[in-house]
Write a protein that binds this ligand. Structure first.
Ligand code: SF4
Ligand code: SF4
Length: 215
């Protein structure tokens, strides 16, 4: 059946009229900042103090866009007669965000909590090479990482915190005992000094009394 002349126009006008009354969803960025969820995947931040250069993130990254360089350093023994240890020192940590597909695998696999999602997304560049963020820049993103959500008050205390608390309590008790022992020793020394002074005073008085008697 041939189409009725003008039906296309009527359909188009119907769509226009229908959408005219709906609320607009166009984001007016950059004049209006988008209201993103706090856990948005904007950019990856590095907390380099936690990084042990285990290379897990670089190995698991499907895009091979994490570049890590390091060297080994010998750490002298902590106690006399102990063994020297060697540790990895981070020289370079970079992520090429022109290759990254924001899968989050690197953050998931990091066993030392050194990588975090930041919701920051305004880092567009005119030169693609500038999208390789080096360690300092990745470290700076840490300031934009939101705080972790509060723990459930009814949740069981994590094992690490329980162990840390136990050690802290033990140290505190040990310090309190040492302080109490020091105080008791100081009091005993004071009492001994006072007794010595009393005895000396008494002896001097006796001597004086004897001399007066002889005169
Ligand atoms: S988010 Fe995915 S692609 Fe991007 S660096 Fe991490 S592992 Fe690689
Ligand atoms: S997985 Fe974590 S600790 Fe290991 S190299 Fe990557 S960022 Fe560092």
């Amino acid at each position: 059946m041939p189409p009725i002349p003008g039906s296309g126009l009527a359909k188009g006008l119907a769509v226009t009229l229908r959408t005219m009354t709906k609320k607009t969803v166009t984001a007016q960025y950059p004049d209006v900042q988008p209201d993103l969820p706090p856990r948005s995947r904007g950019v990856i931040a590095l907390f380099e103090e936690n990084c042990t250069v285990c290379m897990l993130c670089a190995r698991e990254c499907p895009d091979w866009c994490i570049y890590i360089d390091s060297h080994k350093e010998t750490v002298p023994a902590a106690v006399q007669g102990g063994r020297e240890r060697s540790r990895n020192v981070l020289d370079r940590f970079a992520i090429d965000f022109s290759l990254c597909m924001y899968c989050g695998i690197c953050i998931e696999v990091c066993p030392f909590d050194a990588l975090f999602w930041s919701p920051e997304f305004e880092y567009a560049e005119t030169d693609i090479l500038e999208l390789t963020h080096e360690r300092d820049k990745l470290r700076d993103w840490m300031w934009t990482v939101p705080e972790p959500p509060a723990l459930d008050p009814a949740a069981e205390e994590p094992k690490e915190i329980a162990a840390a608390r136990k050690t802290a309590d033990k140290l505190r008790t040990q310090r309190e005992q040492e302080a109490a022992e020091r105080e008791a020793a100081a009091q005993a020394a004071d009492a001994q000094n006072a007794a010595g002074q009393n005895a000396a005073g008494q002896e001097a008085a006796d001597r004086e009394g004897t001399q007066e008697g002889q005169e």
